[in-house]
Design a protein. Structure first.
Length: 244
């Protein structure tokens, strides 16, 4: 059979002397070919120590993920609540606006006239406007320092004495005569019962059956709460008698 014109040679048989193993063929590779072959970079080995746990990605709760928002949709803006100062009309000379602010403050809790006037002044209203608003509120019965003093004194009677109540009313701008009248209208027996209840808490720290020891322990604390010396002594005597 005539040899093929394509120039391809047949594979030599295994027993043929011209046959070479694959290792021999690999050894005869051209030097230029092996030089052009790139070597792979050595892989970095992981350290043997414990791995740190990966932190989950933090996301803003008010912000939707990107895959939820449609393409081209505007992103929601964070809502900002205006501060209390920005909501309050600063420097507004309108008496109607100042009156509305005063009614709103009285709706939150009761105020004395001086206390409400200080707040309206801090809001930026003029002194003349504030005085007119206070007079208008007093005429309509929204402002009454005497009723305010009686309410505060009745509320504080369970934890403070007359002197402390009068000092608190003075700090709120109530006149001294009005504060003294409110304290004088309190029930002395209720004040004594509140002082006696407080004195009982300090019986374990005093010597058993000793009035002097109880006065030394509980007396200064009762005095700081505004109780008079006579109330302090009688409250300690009652607390000691009830314990024995």
């Amino acid at each position: 059979m005539a040899p093929s014109s394509t120039g391809s040679s047949r594979r030599a048989a295994p027993g043929c002397p011209t046959a070479r193993p694959a290792s021999a063929r690999a050894g005869s590779t051209c030097a230029t070919t092996s030089a052009r072959t790139r070597r792979s970079a050595p892989r970095s080995r992981r350290p043997c120590g414990p791995r740190r746990p990966s932190r989950p990605p933090t996301r803003c709760p008010n912000r939707a993920p990107r895959w939820i928002l449609p393409t081209g949709a505007p992103r929601p803006r964070k809502r900002t609540r205006p501060s209390r100062r920005s909501r309050t009309p600063k420097g507004s000379p309108d008496p109607a606006t100042a009156y509305d602010v005063g009614v709103r403050l009285l709706g939150l809790r009761a105020h004395s006239a001086a206390e409400l006037g200080r707040k309206l002044t801090r809001c930026g209203f003029e002194v003349e406007v504030v005085e007119g608003v206070l007079a208008r509120l007093a005429d309509r019965g929204y402002l009454d320092d005497a009723a305010f003093a009686r309410a505060v004194a009745s509320h504080r009677l369970g934890s403070r004495g007359g002197a402390a109540i009068a000092a608190e009313l003075a700090s709120k701008g109530v006149a001294r005569s009005v504060a003294q009248a409110a304290v004088a209208g309190l029930d002395p027996e209720q004040e004594l019962e509140a002082a006696e209840s407080f004195a009982r808490r300090w019986l374990p720290r005093a010597a058993p059956g000793s009035l002097r020891s109880l006065l030394e322990v509980a007396g200064p604390r009762l005095a700081r709460r505004g109780y008079s010396q006579s109330v302090v002594r009688e409250a300690c005597r009652r607390a000691l008698a009830a314990a024995t």
